[in-house]
Write a protein that binds this ligand. Sequence first.
Ligand code: NAD
Length: 296
Amino acid sequence: MSAIGFIGLGNMGSHMAANLVKAGHDVKGFDVVTSNVDTFVSAGGSASGSVGEASAGVDMVITMLPAGKHVRDVYTGSDGILAHAAPGTLLIDSSTIDVASARAVADAAHKADMHMIDAPVSGGVGGAEAGTLTFMVGGSDETFEKARPVLEAMGKNIFHAGGAGNGQAAKICNNMILGISMIGVCEAFVLAEQLGLDHQKLFDISSTASGQCWSLTTYCPVPGPIPTTPANSGYKPGFSAGMMLKDLKLAQEAAQASDAATPLGAQAAAIYALFDAAGHTDTDFSGIIKLLRGKA
Ligand code: NAD
């Protein structure tokens, strides 16, 4: 059993922290929204009144925050984690943030004699609740092994992607593939509609031919072929278009900073920005088919 500080008890963090409590850890939670802390206390956790309080006297601190600026503030701010946690503390950031911030914060943690990994997740709120998240981890071999048992209490697949920041790199590369492939599959269905080719026929053929991919066979963006996808329930997320846009923007930021050519990634980011601006931030990302039909 470990003493853990958990900072950021939102849609994902609340479930992840509750799973740590269920696994027998002693978890102190903090969130700037007080009602999130109250909910965590009713799930068996204890309350902290500040970042500093959640970081002091614990074996590890886990953060699950919206974006890079929150992570930088919470770790390196004057009242942040690095100012309050003891040397040797294990630090795990599971937020999805830019690679540059992840590396900068890991470097600051290292200088303060702490051990840090970036460990963003995929699997959504459902995976957080069920404890079946996938973790993509960046950091040293030693710190990865130290963190593995606690990650296993929150997830099912734990991957070590390399040094600091590589967890974030894996996450944005994967989601760039996903955004591009979803638009490709949606374009094919829209073209099929115009040509009088039935959705199910295209699905049956392409899912066993060279067009096969996850966006088609697991997350089919039209109702019918896979009855459980968001397309069958009015594109209720799932994984929202707003989240996809966030990840595509992070991928573009990283591509520009590293001089990588990602023209389709750029196009996918622009298409999701249009969908978002049309009021679909909270629509499932497979709902992008509506935009392609001119009906967003
Ligand atoms: P969320 O907005 O529901 O939760 C973030 C929480 O952080 C909020 O409760 C907020 O009050 C809290 N917070 C912000 N600043 C704080 C501070 N200074 N101190 C303490 N608490 C603070 O977001 P979420 O959906 O839980 O996502 C968290 C992260 O996980 C994001 O980076 C997101 O991109 C990533 N993610 C989300 C999903 C998903 O399906 N929701 C899936 C994969 C990854």
